[in-house]
Design a protein around this ligand. Structure first.
Ligand SMILES: [Ca+2]
Ligand SMILES: [Ca+2]
Length: 249
């Protein structure tokens, strides 16, 4: 639909006053487009955002992106409608980015009157992203407790392809000893899998498959031995053995 390129001015007179009311009526023109900052930025993903004003004519919008202002890629082709005055939010998510790499992008929009590009913006895919994992101990009604003074080690104890966390230390609230495994749920969260603490004292700890059965075991000096992983699933500690270190392990 083409718009009408003119300004209407309506004049009315009452007995006492002269009233002038002005309506601006859309002139046929290309859309407006403003590139916005990316959101949900991780080492491999980023959500591109932009605002598009169709100015009353059917408009399509998309993003152009790449490692330079030559862009070279398009994503998110979207029908932005034909709103007269409202800005339309356009989003598209990039994936398979390369960490620590700088990217350029801009939003683009086109209608029957022409094409418009938003400003070029840049972002850098970070090396690391905060996943918000909470590795404190859930004490139920007592809330979560912080741990300090120990160690943390990665290891895939349940062989599901995601690294789990072995965490030791002491509670900052009362100094009590702490040691447990957090299972990596694969969605940015971790679940504590031990019914009780591994430790009877503050200790360093490390994973290692001491008996070569394919299951990672735990070495922690405070255990006075090795905690053997029998590979029995989600609550392994109940079925693990604490192997005393008396020169016969
Ligand atoms: Ca795992
Ligand atoms: Ca083992």
């Amino acid at each position: 639909m083409k718009s009408i390129p003119e300004i209407l001015r309506i004049v009315a007179r009452t007995a006492a006053t002269l009233v002038v009311t002005t309506w601006s009526v859309l002139a046929g023109q290309p859309p407006a487009a403003t590139t916005s900052q990316v959101t949900n930025l991780t080492p491999i993903n980023a959500t591109l955002r932009g605002l598009v004003w169709p100015y009353g004519a059917e408009t399509v919008a998309w993003f152009e992106w790449g490692s330079s202002t030559n862009y070279g890629n398009r994503i998110g082709m979207t029908n932005a409608g034909s709103a007269a005055w409202d800005g339309i939010l356009i989003e598209a998510t990039l994936s398979n980015l390369v960490a620590s790499t700088k990217y350029h992008y801009r939003v683009a929009a086109s209608n029957v009157w022409g094409k418009t590009y938003g400003a070029n913006l840049v972002f850098t895919a970070p090396f690391f992203a905060e996943v918000g994992a909470d590795l404190r101990v859930d004490q139920g009604s007592g809330g979560r407790r912080d741990v300090a003074g120990g160690t943390a080690a990665w290891g895939d104890y349940n062989l599901d392809g995601t690294l789990d966390v072995l965490l030791t230390g002491n509670y900052t609230s009362d100094g009590g000893y702490y040691g447990t495994i957090f299972r990596n749920e694969g969605n940015g969260t971790f679940a504590s899998v031990l019914a009780r603490s591994l430790l009877s004292g503050v200790s360093s700890a490390a994973w290692g498959d001491w008996n070569n059965d394919g299951n990672l075991d735990i070495l922690a000096p405070a255990l006075r031995g090795i905690c053997i992983n029998n590979g029995l699933g989600a609550m392994p500690f109940r079925n693990w053995q604490e192997k005393e270190n008396r020169n016969n392990v």
